[in-house]
Design a protein around this ligand. Structure first.
Ligand code: GLN
Length: 236
């Protein structure tokens, strides 16, 4: 299982998901606390954020351990926006370790990350193709296809999880996606938490720190967050 985290709210830097919190993604890359599958997340990392200079998000990803990128701390300090997404990867056995298999995946205004695994046969018919043979890349392609067809973030994720979950009962399908103004996340086989603050909401596979307010999102549910409506959790 990989670990992912996102922020929606007032503008802040990516370092607030990665290096700043005691158990941010930097620490989670080598010492996650709630990870059920895999022990370290050293097979790559990525982050995405939005900037007024371009309609699409900026995405930075590498297939090396997060802690070994000496350029990352400064970049994460200046990369800031009101919508952030970052992830560290523990590749599933049999999946390629390459940049194109590393979250966040992106297309148009969307960013997407996946914690879990799914049989390739359960996702192949969900998308016309993907940038990598990695299961997560197929799930991302499936989501982007639905988003391009006009489905909402929440409906796209819910449809994919229902389809892939029915075809592969052992699938773990925690997806996290955003479009710059809204976040959606599924809980299907792995942990997910959220924490509201005065100026936004954090969503993460596991708490980034020991501050009060982290709430576990129940298994088989969909979390939706927008700046206007706050956070909603509904069953899948
Ligand atoms: N199956 C995905 C991969 O190989 C996600 C792995 C994970 O969640 N650990 O990258």
């Amino acid at each position: 299982m990989c670990r992912h985290a996102a922020w929606l709210g007032a503008s802040r830097a990516l370092t607030t998901l990665i290096q700043e919190p005691e158990h941010g993604l930097l620490r989670q890359s080598y010492a996650p606390r709630r990870q059920r599958h895999g022990t370290v997340n050293a097979d790559g990392f990525g982050m995405g954020w939005y900037d007024a200079a371009r309609p699409e998000p900026v995405r930075y990803r590498r297939s090396i351990p997060l802690w070994s990128d000496a350029n990352l701390p400064a970049l994460a300090q200046i990369a800031r926006s009101g919508c952030l997404l970052a992830a560290v990867r523990c590749a599933t056995v049999g999946m390629p370790v390459e940049e194109s298999a590393t979250a966040p995946f992106t297309d148009g205004p969307w960013l997407l990350s996946h914690n879990g695994r799914v049989a390739r046969d359960a996702v192949r018919d969900l998308a016309d193709g993907a940038e990598s043979a990695c299961d997560s890349a197929w799930l991302a392609a499936a989501a982007f296809q639905r988003l391009r067809a006009g489905l909402t973030l929440g409906d796209s994720l819910a449809e994919i999880v229902a389809h892939a979950g029915a075809k592969d009962p052992g699938a773990r399908l925690n997806l996290l996606a955003c479009d710059g103004a809204a976040l959606a996340a599924t809980v299907w086989g792995d942990t997910l938490f959220h924490r509201r603050t005065e100026d936004g909401v954090l969503v993460a596979s596991e708490p980034l720190d020991d501050l009060p307010g982290w709430q576990a999102v129940p298994e088989r549910s969909l979390l939706l967050a927008t700046s206007s409506d706050g956070v909603r959790v509904q069953p899948l």
